[in-house]
Design a protein around this ligand. Structure first.
Ligand SMILES: Cc1cc2nc3c(=O)[nH]c(=O)nc-3n(C[C@H](O)[C@H](O)[C@H](O)COP(=O)(O)O)c2cc1C
Length: 207
């Protein structure tokens, strides 16, 4: 895709790491793409494994677009995606001069959470998140683990103190979810709200 085409769209980085909850990742991706966004996508080695382990071979990285279209419909093609290796520290999103307005790490493993919390920049996911923090742009991390150790809890605090929004993968049940997709819609909806999108991924709370 040309630079002009990319810059005419709202652009976000999405990282998928190896914590349980692949369904949250694909729902978030689809929701951004349906809205015509450009997504700079990076998937860790364990994130790649997670897509296959939790969603099956049809969701493996090389077939991901077809998977999203099959599950969420052809509107997903309104967006665009650039996929990067997690080892590529020279990728566009490793620099503060890139145009992404925000980044979502969904799901976020405890390992990646620790790397972000301590500014380690050991791979592209951590570096891109570090860039978001230093540039004061939106960074949403969606950690998943239970129970949590003290270091893990402290790492969430460090991320929040650095300016990230910590949004644990904790879907609500007052919406009476019927399916796993309902739970995924809820988390993706929370992420979209935090990125400033209107949506109807879950019913508005009427009190
Ligand atoms: C199927 C599967 C599920 C996992 N679930 C979690 C999890 O929920 N939370 C977590 O922190 N790690 C989880 N792990 C372990 C991480 O994938 C592992 O620590 C990995 O090194 C994370 O690396 P990454 O952050 O680069 O993806 C899981 C691993 C596998 C294979």
């Amino acid at each position: 895709m040309s630079t002009d085409e990319r810059s005419s769209r709202r652009s976000f980085a999405v990282a998928i790491t190896g914590a349980s909850g692949a369904v949250y990742a694909v729902r978030t991706l689809a929701a951004l793409l349906e809205r015509g966004c450009h997504v700079e996508l990076v998937i860790s080695e364990y994130g790649r494994r997670l897509l296959r382990d939790e969603l099956g071979e049809a969701a493996s990285v090389d077939r991901l677009t077809d998977y999203l279209v099959g599950k969420y419909g052809s509107d997903v093609r309104q967006g665009s995606t650039s996929l990067y290796s997690n080892k590529d520290l020279g990728a566009r999103i490793a620099s503060g001069s890139q145009g992404c307005e925000g980044m979502v790490v969904v799901p976020c493993s405890m390992k990646t959470l620790a790397g972000i919390a301590h500014g380690l920049s050991r791979n592209l996911v951590e570096r891109a998140a570090d860039v978001m923090l230093k540039e004061r742009r939106t960074l949403i991390v969606v950690p998943r683990e239970t129970p949590m150790s003290l270091p893990q809890l402290k790492n969430m605090v460090l991320c929040a103190e650095a300016g990230a929004m910590v949004m644990p993968a904790m879907p609500a049940f007052y919406q009476m979810p019927q399916t796993l997709d309902d739970l995924a819609d809820f988390m993706a909806g929370k992420i979209l709200s935090a990125l400033g999108f209107q949506h109807e991924l879950y019913p508005a709370w009427k009190g």
